[in-house]
Design a protein around this ligand. Sequence first.
Ligand SMILES: Cc1ncc(C[n+]2csc(CCOP(=O)(O)OP(=O)(O)O)c2C)c(N)n1
Length: 770
Amino acid sequence: MGRKEVFMGKAKFGIFGDGKEVAQLAMAKVFREGDIRSGYYRDQTFMFAIGELTLQQYFAQLYAHTDIEADPATAGRMMNGHYSTRSIDEQGKWKDLTKIKNSTTDISPTAGQMPRLVGLAYASKLYKHNPDLHYLTQFSNQGNEVAFGTIGNASTSEGMFFESVNAAGVLQIPMFISIWDDEYGISVPAEYQTTKGDISKILAGFQRTEEEAGFEIFRVNGWDYAGLCEVYVQAARVCRDEHVPVLVHVLEMTQPQGHSTSGSHERYKSKERLAWEHEHDCIKKMRQWMLENGFATAEELEAIEVKSKETVRIAKNTAWIAFMESMRADYESALHLLETAANESALYKTEITNIRELLVRTINPIRADAVVAVKKALRILRTESVQVKAQLQTWVKNAIAFNFQNYSSHLYSESAESALHVKAVKAVYKEDSPLLDGREVLKACFDDMLARDPRVFAIGEDVGKIGDVNQAFAGLQDKYGELRVTDTGIREVTIIGQGIGAALRGLRPIAEIQYLDYLIYALITLSDDLATLQYRTRGGQKAPVIIRTRGHRLEGVWHSGSPMSMILGSMRGIYVLVPRNMTQAAGFYNTMLQSDDAALIIECLNGYRLKEKLPANIGEFCVPLGIPEILREGTDVTIVTYGSMCRIVMEAAQQLERIGIYCEVIDVQTLLPFDIHHSIVQSVKRTSRVVFTDEDVPGGSTAFMMQKVLEEQDAYRWLDTKPRTIPAKEHRPAYATDGDYFSKPNTEDIFDVVYEMMHESDPAQFPAIY
Ligand SMILES: Cc1ncc(C[n+]2csc(CCOP(=O)(O)OP(=O)(O)O)c2C)c(N)n1
């Protein structure tokens, strides 16, 4: 029926779970309240069976109904087959997750559900073994919850799958993977996907033994209901009671409708395979099994089938009516206003009547149709004065605002705990405040965080025993234990997944990526999963992970990158904080821990050994987001920068001052959000000249800052000369001090550009130098 809806044009795309039903029933039987799923688009039967999806909701999602009540999983934002439960309420507060059968929110990229699954299971380990977390009874019953993952056989070819399986084996966590194996990935058969064409066969080395920890691996056929039930009961017992990972490879599954509505499987499956699939359809097989064992008669089953179809038909129709109804008021008011406009218009009656007629004749009109029609009418009426014009204009404004809520809300947290609501608390210094290495200031901050909040834990490569490569956690593992400050393998994407999963279950991870250059390895999960989380659920889930990394200047191609525009372009939904020193960084950590947003905090790689004064209130002071700081006042040129560049720009500003040029240096401090009160334009009003500089490529985040200031803040109106950007070179930075000097903006570059701007204004006072 879903497929038909697509072919009739009532829905845009359909992907369905046929052929995978019976195994999902078995999985549902062992799935308890408090458990949590991280799966993919085939799991409709499972979601029905655990009672977290109704038929009507299923169709509402297919149609893209934007009400949370109609499609609680995604509010019409994701295509059908993307399942989810809501773990936070309308105020953004956590629900009692131990009372819900939970599902995290599916994403479309194959295997993208796997890194998060590691974190969901890891949370159970922390809840079980850290008694200080036992008070968090709304999240866990002392770690008794299992994280269930599902994945298609072909998607196990992805690197993320293998990284996640390995991580779970190392961590020994209650992670229960089901692989739905129908021997294809769209049109590509198993022999092109998997060595030996058999995923559990090649994962056999992960099988635990008496001597060695690992996975418990099971194989079972997808049409064998009794066998599936047995395996799932046994596997769930091992997973839950022994708190170890298990993997169930469900073979001999089918895909009777083909991959999706985008094409038919007759194009790539042989006649023999199609016949085999027909014979091995799991519902057909289950039916035979029920008849053979006398659990039901053929008549009873037929009656169930007839009744089921009717139930589905009613749910489908109800969902469709509700979907159309949700748009009716706008549509009808548009028609009414257009009719009035046609009547009032002396000049354009025919044109407006035609626009209205087109809208009337539109089959299954959507919101955009009405907006297009009203806007067209307003364009035509631009030169004619009619009474209804004001109403039409208001109608457009309201429609845009309403649809902003429908389609663009909740990119970040909109709760009272949003990072934007955390108030600034100034760092306090005493006369005897010690001057320390930057890394020691950070360490004091982390020490205080770990002491005051048991939910906080830090993970990453070299974070545990040596306290990270720059030792901001030095000694903290000894003090707080291995569960709080923890080494991980070299596996960036699952470090992030481990953070996301744990944060989805109420914990407060600091997930560390050793160098900013290696964030690229984790970018998929940051971009696809974490950045979209609040958005794709319309505020139904949150994962306040703090991602810690260090970047910008140091040495060489892979230890001094600053790929900020890559981050800005791919991670909207995660705040991006770029502190210039470790004190500002500490203030950001304190801010983020108070908030329910996710953030990336990029420390300056070359700042750990620079001396900074330790604030007396290291655990309390907060640096607010989106508030630039003027590091130096000046009247001639505004220089906008952040991070390690602040010191270089300050040095250049000092040199410029000596020859009578006064620069105002602004540290933006956070790129996302960017200068929320539009303070930079105030500086440009004073100086009439502006420069944007950082260590990204030309046209990268300097261009981003320029767009924000010139376009959004209207600073172009105050400029006397062309705005400048001073980025790094297009290539990665070369090694050693000269490599750095000639790859990244240096003091002389800043000096020369600023001088040139002054020369343009007053060549007599500032004659050409070179
Ligand atoms: C990263 C990524 N690459 C490609 C796709 C397109 N795609 C969607 S589903 C799919 C096949 C997945 O097959 P399998 O994992 O066996 O699951 P099945 O659909 O057969 O249940 C592909 C290639 C995608 N969604 N994500």
